[in-house]
Design a protein around this ligand. Structure first.
Ligand SMILES: [Zn+2]
Length: 165
């Protein structure tokens, strides 16, 4: 498959800091508001969602990549799992890596969780979409945990919210 170049982002300056399950994160205020609503809605269905990673600076992205290089991970693999600094959706403050209790963070297994099933049906109602599905045009690995807030909410009239799930 032809690889598409990744977009370049600017580092988000409009951020709010908050705690999720005892850890501190930053997101753009709109993304935070949407995240909170989504987490609460999931909870009413008995689904636990928590954040593993949210806003990341260019500097932090560089550190992550450097750490992988130091561990001897190949360049090719590094850039399949990590966007180069400037190209990570996490710079926008609108991307979240999500996990649920009982699953290892940032692993494919997440797709087998009830949380992932719920997100697949309902995240769009809160303006979130999966950025890196299988065989994505960016040549990134499949990331069932990585969701991006683009603000395009489908109306709550959708069947998903009406209780089908
Ligand atoms: Zn991510």
């Amino acid at each position: 498959m032809k690889k598409s170049p990744q977009p370049q982002y600017i580092e988000q300056q409009d951020l709010i800091e908050f705690e999720d399950e005892g850890r501190s994160f930053q997101l753009h205020p709109d993304a935070f508001a949407a995240w909170k609503k989504m987490k609460d809605a999931a909870r009413t269905k008995g689904i636990n969602l928590y954040i593993v990673s949210a806003f990341r600076s260019f500097e932090r992205q560089s550190e992550i990549i450097d750490q992988k290089r130091e561990k001897g991970v190949s360049e090719e693999y590094i850039f399949k799992v990590s966007a180069p600094p400037g190209s990570s959706e996490h710079h926008t403050g609108k991307a979240v890596d999500i996990n649920t209790k009982g699953f290892p963070a940032l692993e494919d297994e997440f797709e087998k969780s009830e949380a992932f099933k719920w997100l697949s049906r309902n995240a769009k109602n809160f303006g979130f979409r999966l950025s890196y599905p299988r065989e994505n045009i960016f040549g990134m690995i499949y990331e069932p945990w990585h969701w991006f807030y683009n603000g395009k909410t489908q109306k709550a009239a959708s069947l998903d919210l009406a209780g089908a799930s």
